[in-house]
Design a protein around this ligand. Sequence first.
Ligand SMILES: [Ca+2]
Length: 220
Amino acid sequence: MKNSLLHAFSTFFLVLLAGVTTAQAQALYVNDGAQTGDVYTTNAGNDATGNGSTTAPFATVAKALASANATTTTIFIDAGRYSERVVLNKNINLQGVDTARTVFDGGLAPSDVQTRETGIFITTTGGTPASPVTIADLKVRAYDYGIQCDNQSNHVNFLFEDVATTENRQFGIYWNGYPNYTENITFRRVRATKTALDPNTRNNGAGRGCSSSTAAKSTF
Ligand SMILES: [Ca+2]
């Protein structure tokens, strides 16, 4: 009798704990449709049926961002290929597996036509010096811009770590602060290569791996 009661109470608290964990998820998970090489999740991603957990991940970063609440700190993006145009509009970290396994692929062929499509477009303002918004362990390829920030607000306290951009038409990374400002942007082990392949002949920015207009007090 005592044991049954104890079990009932334990179950109750476990259920309660699970409920709290779901409601205040600090981490959300994204996966593509394949499970090869996955390290964070145990199922394919699905925006319709997923809840952002390790067992029911979303399929897109957009869905995870839309589902994030004030307690969400990190979106883990499992091994896979993603064709999204991500708009990072919240101060949330994007954490891939590594540059070989978590790949954002815009699917744009080399061309002189530039449509200003961006792999990760940053509109959020940034973190704190002690806790910068971090984008890590992923590759961004075959967009016009691999990664860029907007120029509608100030951007401070960002960290890019173990990030690769390649084969983007215009810029690998374009940090555009003007007419506002950017500060404390750190690039650690960032590779911006093979940008603007033939036949892209534009001379206004085409081919730059990394460009910054106003990144003051920053580390490259
Ligand atoms: Ca996967």
